[in-house]
Ligand binder design. Structure first.
Ligand code: SF4
Length: 211
């Protein structure tokens, strides 16, 4: 398992309805709801953000392909929208993506680009099996703790809090190995790397103290 992003997208909301402050690799922006839904329209709403992801991925994928082919297509535009309908008791979401080119380009190139667009990474995610796993960090002050130490670090594991995300042992198998009884090996990586991994535990089951 390897996450697509080195750092997760981080978002927070406070008292101002419904401004979400979203931090990404190289900056931040605001998401909001329109006034009709009680927000202040200070940023794109979640549906717009979802569709923007598809729109930008489409354009980037096409641009890369055009560059590789050395075709003369200076501009590509895309409109994306969606609707939902109930079919046989199930909600079906349909996303329509309209691609167009301000300049005239040959039909054969358009046909090829249509196929390329269908295979862009975000299209594939949206059309395939997507699972959203939700974890919640807990305090667990009274939960039983098991300690794993060396002279650099003590890793504390609270089994009752563990939500079995698999994140620790898939990302740092030299330290976390659920197949062995003493499943945390504090000697398996530097104290700093272990601490970094401990901070990625989504449940609060892992904490650590550097000595
Ligand atoms: S990262 Fe945390 S919640 Fe996930 S398996 Fe490891 S200890 Fe459990």
């Amino acid at each position: 398992m390897k996450y697509k992003l080195e750092k997760p997208v981080n978002a927070g909301i406070g008292t101002a309805n419904y401004q979400c402050h979203i931090t990404w690799r190289n900056g931040s922006f605001i998401a909001d709801e329109p006034v009709s839904k009680g927000g202040q329209d200070k940023g794109a709403d979640p549906y717009t953000l979802l569709l923007s992801s598809l729109a930008s991925c489409t354009l980037i994928t096409l641009k890369m392909y055009i560059e590789r082919k050395e075709w003369n297509i200076p501009e590509i535009r895309v409109n994306v929208n969606m609707y939902q309908e109930i079919k046989e008791g199930t909600t079906v979401t349909v996303i329509d993506r309209d691609i167009y080119f301000p300049e005239v380009i040959p039909d054969e190139q358009k046909e090829r680009l249509q196929e390329i667009a269908k295979a862009c990474p975000i299209s594939r995610i949206l059309e395939n099996n997507v699972q959203v796993r939700t974890f919640m960090k807990k305090d667990g002050a009274t939960a039983k703790s098991i300690l794993y130490s060396n002279d650099q670090i003590t890793v504390v594991w609270k089994p009752e809090l563990c939500q079995h995300s698999t994140r620790c042992w898939k990302e740092l198998p030299a330290v976390f190995d659920p197949k062995v009884r003493k499943w945390v090996n504090a000697d398996g990586a530097s104290a700093e790397r272990i601490m970094e991994q401990v901070h990625r535990c989504p449940s609060g089951a892992l904490t650590a103290i550097i000595k």
